[in-house]
Design a protein around this ligand. Structure first.
Ligand SMILES: NC(=O)c1ccc[n+]([C@@H]2O[C@H](COP(=O)([O-])OP(=O)(O)OC[C@H]3O[C@@H](n4cnc5c(N)ncnc54)[C@H](OP(=O)(O)O)[C@@H]3O)[C@@H](O)[C@H]2O)c1
Length: 268
């Protein structure tokens, strides 16, 4: 069930009701990376934000801070992507920016992963995002502009032990981004793929397995928000690793897969 609430928000973000405005729809906006992106986009200005999450209190607070429209939705529910897109941009408004940041993790051996957890993860991290993209894309193509930013993960490039389903979902999201970029090439619509490493958010606690490595150190979510907002402000599609050096293990994996596998088994 989708519910929405408009915050009174900062006056600068108000728009006349009868004028078409560009909406920036952010999923996963109630926490962590999505919330940081919402804040940066609000500070940057130029978007009427539509913010999706499940937790009403957190979502309302972020909506109040950013002047956004709080759209409470559980993306695992059938029909939620369509209801979300319809509520985010009632005519004559239109979605000019989609940032798909909603995601859940799960850590542990595959055989111990409950079937419902597999379904939930694949739905939130992959299927719902694809549905939302499918729904916002036609009007972007018709207008010849728009930016879709998919929040992937380094796990989708490398494949992380005990995160097989999460790695698969994020890997598929990356291939989806690559294919879609080719499909819309020349249309004016940009497809960006942002791949964070370890980011200091409630993600690890919520997946039931805290981050325990001493290296790499978790980065603040604003580092990801900065990369997203730069791509949007430049109106340039990008594949961005946060931090940038995380591109290197993927290059090793492509250039020397045997060596990479041995290192991955040895060091995880
Ligand atoms: N943190 C990291 O180290 C890291 C690294 C690489 C990639 N990522 C990716 O970054 C994205 C954001 O993660 P985060 O670190 O910011 O985690 P987070 O703080 O746990 O935020 C996850 C967001 O997804 C939303 N969400 C989860 N299940 C949902 C559902 N069924 N329906 C609608 N929304 C749902 C949450 O909403 P509620 O809070 O309202 O439930 C929340 O807004 C995810 O795609 C994650 O895979 C994170």
């Amino acid at each position: 069930m989708l519910s929405f609430r408009r915050s009174s928000g900062p006056p600068g973000h108000r728009q006349p009701a009868d004028r078409a405005v560009r909406v920036g729809l952010i999923t996963g906006a109630s926490s962590g990376i999505g919330a940081a992106i919402a804040q940066r986009l609000a500070d940057q200005g130029g978007w009427r934000l539509a913010l999706c999450g499940r937790d009403r209190d957190r979502l309302d607070k972020i909506a109040a801070r950013t002047g956004g429209l709080a759209l409470r939705a559980d993306l695992t529910e059938p029909g939620a992507p369509a209801a979300l897109v319809a509520a985010a941009a009632p005519a004559p408004d239109r979605i000019g920016l989609l940032v798909a940041a909603a995601g859940v993790g799960w850590a542990g051996p595959l055989c111990t992963m409950p079937a419902e957890a597999v379904d939930r993860l694949l739905t939130v991290d992959l299927a719902a995002t694809i549905h939302i993209v499918r729904l916002v894309l036609p009007s972007m193509l018709a207008l010849g502009e728009g930016h879709i930013v998919l929040i992937g993960s380094i796990a989708g490039t490398l494949g992380v032990r005990n995160e097989a389903v999460y790695s698969a979902a994020k890997g598929a999201l990356g291939v989806f981004a690559d294919a879609l970029r080719q499909e819309v090439h020349g249309s004016g619509v940009r497809i960006s793929h942002v791949l964070p490493g370890v980011i200091d958010t409630p993600f690890f606690r919520r997946r039931g397995a805290p981050y325990t490595r001493s290296w790499p150190r978790p980065l603040p979510p604003d580092r990801v928000a900065e990369a997203v907002c730069r791509a949007v402000a430049l109106d340039r599609e990008q594949v961005v690793y946060v931090p940038g050096w995380l591109r290197l293990p993927g290059l090793v994996r492509s250039a020397a897969p045997g060596l990479y596998q041995r290192l991955a088994v040895r060091f995880g």
